[in-house]
Design a binder for this molecule. Structure first.
Ligand code: PLP
Length: 452
């Protein structure tokens, strides 16, 4: 079986179904060119057929281990039976009704989200359509609660793609085409210790300047009316930047001193990704508002939530309420997902398998010069790719990610394909044996790079 998979995946093997080659390939080639002409955004030549667990299969029967969990949202992998059953049962009963009525899945999801988030977070807002609108709602809540307006985010941050969350991005490439961004957003240096903005040696001696100096930004670069600081506890798109232990507690203290609302965007870090239900729990810090989405849907249901402290009340439905928010099918999937992730041993396995991958990747780093850093928490792992002198090398990271497909690995890179960090975020159901398969395939990919 392994040989068969390898043969199918061999880039030189005739059995591999490249678009545009062979009789079947020509049909796919035609379909691809039609799609390229008519689909608004680009797609690759791969046509996927089905998924199961951590694996995705294309129409040629090739198997891929999905290190990106779809769009980092398939916390329970492809087609988890309990999630699928919950959605199927719910679909037969009731697919949609207005969110002004109570329904059992929504009632249960509210109860469960209050239960699994930090104890100060007791107000659940479900009328959002995804991560971007959850973050936008969180900022509106902070603005209404404080009566202030500015928003502080970090360099390299990604909080979504509505116009407000685009404005909040810590990446200029996301903002450059748009003439009217939301005013009053400022970005401050992130806790990227490997390449510290303040040129410090490390968290033991730096005095946490990346928090301390936010005071200067507030005093000199803001409008003087700052509502909130929004952070991803571990940066997702930005390059899997894991903050030093004291960072988030220090940020919490700064927000308390200055009366600023602290918002954790846990859209990637939440629902078990970092080995705890939320990163807030790992770091022992309570935000005033937490947003969650992606992994909450288990096997791909579209669900998101804002969970807020009582003091953040006040955002009316007139100001933030989306048709497909509070979706009943998705709520059923989310409850099933929380059931699975909350089971004894589930998160422990995420921590153990994640630590095992990190150990194996660090061993790989010693043998493969293109790997300059390995960092992570739970199953949120980043591999920083460099040139032979250790400088960031984005082109090399993109090429490796592309060639990963030939090795049976779906890999995504940081900064939406512009960065030099390969992101390893497989479904949380990954077993140790599957983790070894993932690392063996990475080893082969990096070895090929060394010989390239
Ligand atoms: N916040 C983070 C940390 C994300 O990674 C993303 C999506 O990648 C978002 C927000 C936006 O979520 P959505 O695409 O569901 O709007």
């Amino acid at each position: 079986m392994a040989d068969l998979i390898r043969a199918q995946r061999d880039p030189h093997s005739e059995s591999r179904g490249d678009a545009g080659t062979g009789a079947h390939g020509n049909v796919r080639g035609e379909a691809l060119s039609y799609v390229q002409n008519h689909l608004y955004y680009p797609v690759t030549e791969y046509e996927m057929d089905h998924g199961e667990g951590v694996h995705l299969y294309d129409t040629e029967g090739n198997e891929y281990l999905d290190c990106a969990s779809g769009t980092f949202n398939l916390s329970l992998g492809y087609g988890h039976p309990e999630v699928v059953k919950a959605m199927r049962d719910q679909a037969e009963r009731l697919v949609h009704t207005t969110s002004t009525f109570q329904t059992a899945p929504i009632n249960e999801l509210v109860r469960r989200l209050v239960e699994v988030t930090p104890p100060n977070l007791t107000k659940v807002h479900l009328k959002v359509s995804g991560g971007s609108t959850a973050n936008e709602g969180a900022v509106k809540m902070a603005q209404i609660a404080t009566g202030r307006r500015d928003v502080v985010t970090l360099f390299r941050s990604h909080h979504g793609q509505t116009m407000m969350t685009t404005s909040m991005s810590g990446e200029s490439f996301r903002k450059s085409p748009f003439p009217h961004l939301m005013p009053g957003v400022l970005q401050v240096p992130d806790p990227y210790c490997l390449r510290c903005f303040y040129r410090q040696a490390g968290p033991d001696s730096c005095g946490m300047l990346c928090v301390e100096n936010i005071n200067d930004f507030l005093d000199h670069a803001s409008s003087g009316s700052v509502a909130c600081i929004v952070v991803e506890p571990v940066s997702g798109s930005g390059g899997n930047i894991v903050p030093p232990d004291g960072y988030l507690p220090a940020l919490r203290a700064l927000c308390d001193e200055r009366g600023i609302v602290l918002i954790f965007d846990e859209i990637q870090t939440g629902i078990g990704r970092v080995g705890r239900m939320f990163a807030a729990e790992h770091y022992g810090v309570q935000p005033d508002i937490l947003t969650t989405a992606k992994g909450l849907g288990g096997s791909g249901a579209q669900v998101a939530a804002i969970v807020a402290d009582e003091r953040m009340s006040g955002l009316s439905s007139d100001h933030h309420s989306f048709t497909y928010g509070g979706n009943i099918l998705a709520a059923a999937a989310a409850v099933a997902t929380l059931d699975v992730i909350g089971r004894p041993g589930f998160l422990e396995n995420v921590r153990e398998v994640g630590a095992h991958i990190m150990e194996r990747l660090r061993a790989l780093a010693a043998r493969h010069p293109c790997v300059v850093d390995v960092r992570g928490l739970g199953l949120m792992i980043g591999i920083e790719i460099g040139d032979d002198e250790g400088r960031p090398h984005s082109d090399r990271a993109q090429a490796l990610a592309r060639r990963g497909m030939d090795h049976g690995l779906i890999l995504r890179t940081s900064r939406y394909g512009r960065g030099n960090v390969i992101k390893i975020r497989p479904p949380l159901i990954l077993t140790r044996a599957e983790a070894d398969l993932l690392c063996d395939r990475l080893d082969a990919l990096f070895a090929e790079e060394a010989g390239a």
